[in-house]
Design a protein around this ligand. Structure first.
Ligand code: PEP
Ligand code: MG
Length: 889
């Protein structure tokens, strides 16, 4: 195998091997763009190193060969005393992990070559500044020295000279700082800063490999669902310098606005600086458009390159560049991260530009983004006290108590508080705090600062670079112009779409996308209109493409109507137990307590008209579309009082000698029905088999309601679903009874009723015997909630709170199997049962109604195994439609 690729050898499709950065550097090189020469060490080399603790045997020689070639191309040798070739060593995984892994710049500088660099550049200050940066970065990332020590020494040097910015330090100051930094390294790392350039490079390469497994990188990967076994590539690239004076600089750019999608000039530029100054948000940048005044030639060239990249990648690209004494160099490009709204807009814009087709447009957006757009935002009619404005870095409306450090953010959010994390700037150590917070506010840094990039990735509201807000993390407070002071615990509201910061709680209003789905969106709000138009088109693309139908889990007319507005094509699960709560609980209680047939029949008779009315409303709301009504499922104790409370009540009454006959009967019943594992006890079809008349009452209500709707010229399409079936015999018995009732209702009303009878597949035995069960079922609906709990032996009500966090941390699964279907286990049963069911009954209708029906990844799976529909909560219907369309394109 080959472990090292020259930039001229790779291309953008080799991300697995070369990482995103390496693959794109190669792509740009081959497009003829100005990329400083270099080479990439593959992720395979990293994996070998991480698995065995040693680099692959062939790596050293391969690196030497590529280094020789690089030196020949550049006409100088790495670390050469009189004119050193310097290189950067940068991480670059398949998926971008901003700021998570290590980078070392200026490798090749030493006590000797710093002199050579100074002479070549004609700039002492620059050479010593580069050297001190190398020792600082190398000390911190390669030798593990606490970075604060270097920062403190730098601050001390500035204070001693009574200056505030780094660039005010002169060559002599920096030279002294280098001596100081080397001392720090010696004391802290117990070794001298290496003077040999190749040793520097090799150690830096290992440090980049190792940085794949730091805690913060692992946490980030869990958050972003990036697999842990990919490893990182390492890019060794000849250095170009943005810190060679005012005709040099460095910047980042987007080919479109990553927040709105609009085309234009977006980015930040920092004169006389090296790359990490921009990304770290340490100094304030100028908008990219100002580069036109600073260096017109480079600006024009950059604009042209940006157009080339967009047309080549057919997507928004982000770019890092450096200008060295008027010469433009491209250091990185990639298809850029964007906000959810921008993703929809850009996808439709690119279709209009003829760059991509509808199927590709669907791949450019996803359900998670659509879900994000369905969040509420701030009410613009509300009276507000604006205290500042920063850069709209990641959209959303976040309200919470101000906290000034990650520790407090985590602590408070654990106790149920909503918090806004306020920092001057964030760095990777703040990741936990950012996850815990509702939103993030910083006073420094641009759209590409750490806070902005990471928040966007997490879909978290973020306002950054709110410069007029003075953040004092030590005193835990923030001061706004005009003297308003926000102390820790004060409520603030931040708007990630406008960048505005408010004191106090601002009320939130529904999202325009929801208003659109609800049919309430009206023209006028320009920005929202554009977004809604894009969503509308993408949804149309999805609906045209998808094979899966989408139904709703709904059990009242109101939810059913909303679901219809959101695009539901029927109801896949009506949980009738929800109709037995409230005032009706008493009737159900009487049914359960009944000692005699007469008593039982009495309460059933009272329930019948109530059930019937429910169904009439539901069938009317879903007129013309299928409605799957599930017969009663939960264990009976759920309809009875809590055992402890009732015991206390009875005991107290007894002590007062005024016991109540009904309470005593109730308590007996509660004891009788008490189960250790109610979810595995008397529920579902088992209830129907042991409580005479219960299921037939429900079937009668459904049949009579359907007959009545027909009489009213409606088009009811009811389906009857039996829950928790484990064997075909259970289903056959219930089915026979149901058929009889339906026949009676048909005879009595003179109406022909076509009521399909089917079952849920939610027990392993049902899945395993699906071929038999299909003989008695006209449809299957996979109940993947119960199926997950019974296949794994996880109680769904208990485990998520108790040990799932540990399981996620240990990587046993990347996401809860109750959220995304476990394809290998539960999914296998679904797949096999679908095949077996259809083998028995080719026209068997197949759906899913567990929570997974609205989960993007699971929807793709259900498409793939050939189900006919998914059913999910009304609010998730648009997401399911979109993902079903994406799955099919
Ligand atoms: C299921 O088990 O997946 C299901 C939809 O039923 P419930 O969640 O009501 O048990
Ligand atoms: Mg179930």
């Amino acid at each position: 195998v080959k472990f090292v690729y020259d930039f001229t050898e790779g291309n953008k499709d080799l991300k697995d091997l070369l990482g995103g950065k390496g693959a794109n550097l190669a792509e740009m090189t081959n497009l003829g763009l100005p990329v400083p020469p270099g080479f990439t060490i593959t992720t395979e080399a990293c994996k070998t190193y991480l698995d065995s603790g040693e680099e692959p045997a062939a790596l050293r020689d391969e690196v030497s060969a590529h280094l020789d070639a690089l030196e020949a191309k550049m006409g100088k040798k790495l670390g050469q005393a009189d004119d050193p070739l310097l290189v950067s060593v940068r991480s670059g995984a398949k998926f971008s992990m901003p700021g998570m892994m290590d980078t070392v710049l200026n490798i090749g500088l030493s006590d000797k070559s710093v002199q050579g660099l100074a002479k070549q550049a004609g700039d002492d200050r620059f050479a010593w500044d580069s050297y001190r940066r190398l020792i600082q970065m190398f000390g911190k990332t390669v030798l593990g020295v606490d970075g604060e020590l270097f920062e403190d020494a730098l601050e001390a040097a500035k204070a001693a000279k009574k200056v505030t910015i780094d660039t005010d330090l002169e060559a002599a100051d920096l030279k002294r700082l280098v001596t100081k930094f080397k001392k720090i390294v010696k004391t802290e790392a117990g070794r001298d800063f290496p003077q040999d350039a190749r040793e520097q490079m090799d150690l830096a390469i290992h440090a980049v490999f190792d940085s794949w497994n730091t805690d913060r990188a692992k946490l980030y990967r869990r958050q972003e669902r990036i697999p842990h076994d990919l490893g990182t590539a390492v890019n060794v690239c000849s250095m170009v310098f943005g810190n060679l004076g005012p005709d040099s600089g460095t910047g980042v750019a987007f080919t479109r606005d990553p927040a709105s999608g609009h085309q234009g000039v977006y980015g930040d530029y920092l004169q006389n600086a090296q790359g990490e100054d921009v990304v770290a948000g340490i100094r304030n940048t100028v908008p990219l458009a100002e580069l036109e005044q600073i260096d017109k030639k480079s600006y024009d060239q950059l604009m042209q390159i940006m157009a080339t990249l967009e047309n080549h990648y057919k997507d928004l690209c982000d770019i890092e560049f450096t200008i060295e004494r008027g010469q433009l160099w491209m250091l990185q490009t990639r298809v850029g991260k964007r906000t959810a709204g921008a993703a929809f807009r850009i996808a439709t814009q690119l279709v209009d530009q003829g760059l991509i087709d509808e199927a590709e447009a669907l791949q450019r957006v996803n359900g998670a983004q659509l879900a994000q757009l369905m969040f509420p935002r701030f009410d613009d009619q509300a009276k507000v006290e604006q205290i500042g404005r920063g850069i709209a870095a990641s959209p959303g409306a976040a309200v919470g108590k101000a906290v000034f450090d990650s520790y407090t953010a985590i602590k408070w959010s654990r106790s149920g508080e909503k918090v806004i994390l306020i920092r001057r700037e964030t760095n990777p150590d703040d990741l936990d705090g950012m996850i815990a917070a509702e939103g993030i506010l910083t006073s420094r840094g641009g759209k590409t600062s750490h806070a902005a990039v990471v928040a966007r990735g997490m879909g978290k509201t973020c306002v950054c670079g709110a410069e007029e807000l003075e953040v004092d993390t030590k005193r835990r407070r923030m001061t706004a112009p005009g003297g308003v002071v926000v102390e820790e615990g004060d409520v603030v509201s931040i708007d990630g779409s406008s960048g505005k910061v408010y004191l106090g709680e601002v009320p939130v209003v529904p999202s325009p996308v929801v208003e659109y789905f609800e049919g309430r969106m009206h023209a006028g709000a320009d920005d929202a209109d554009e977004l809604v138009a894009a969503v509308h088109r993408i949804m149309a693309f999805a609906d045209r493409k998808r094979r899966l139908r989408v139904r709703a889990n709904a059990d009242n007319a109101e939810d059913a109507l909303r679901a219809r507005r959101f695009g539901a094509q029927g109801i896949g699960l009506c949980r009738t137990e929800h109709m037995f709560l409230g005032d009706r609980r008493e009737l159900v209680e009487r049914l359960i307590l009944a000692d005699t047939d007469a008593e039982r029949e009495e309460s059933l008779k009272e329930l019948l008209p109530l059930q019937k009315k429910d169904f009439i409303e539901l069938f009317e709301a879903m007129d013309g579309l299928p409605v799957t009504v599930r017969l009663l499922d939960p264990p009976l104790h759920e309809f009875l009082p809590d055992i402890t409370e009732l015991s206390v009540r009875v005991a107290l009454a007894e002590s007062r000698k005024d016991s109540n006959e009904n309470d005593l009967r109730l308590l007996q019943a509660v004891h009788r029905l008490h189960e250790q594992n109610p979810m595995l006890g008397l529920r579902g079809v088992r209830l129907g088999l042991v409580i005479p008349g219960l299921f037939t009452m429900q079937v009668r209500a459904i049949a009579e309601a359907a007959a009545e709707r027909k009489a009213a010229k409606g088009d009811p399409r009811a389906e009857i679903m039996i829950p928790l079936v484990g064997t075909v015999q259970e289903l056959e018995i219930v089915r026979d009874e149901a058929d009889q009732v339906i026949a009676e209702v048909q005879a009595a009303t003179g109406t022909e009723l076509k009521l399909a009878i089917g079952t849920m597949i939610e027990l392993p035995r049902a899945a395993l015997t699906a071929g038999q069960i299909a003989e008695a079922a006209e449809f299957f609906s996979f109940g993947t909630n119960d199926l997950t709990q019974t296949v794994w032996g996880f109680s769904r009500d208990d485990v998520e709170a108790s040990f799932f966090t540990a399981y996620l941390e240990k990587g046993i699964f990347g996401v809860s199997p109750f959220e995304t279907i476990d394809k290998d286990g539960v999914g296998k049963l679904v797949r096999d049962a679908a095949v077996a069911g259809r083998a028995t009954r080719p026209d068997l209708k197949l759906g899913v109604c567990g929570e997974h029906g609205g989960d993007p990844e699971s929807v793709h799976f259900f498409h793939e195994v050939g189900l006919d529909y998914v059913s999910c909560s009304p609010f998730r219907i648009p997401v399911a439609r979109l993902e079903a369309g994406r799955a099919a394109s």
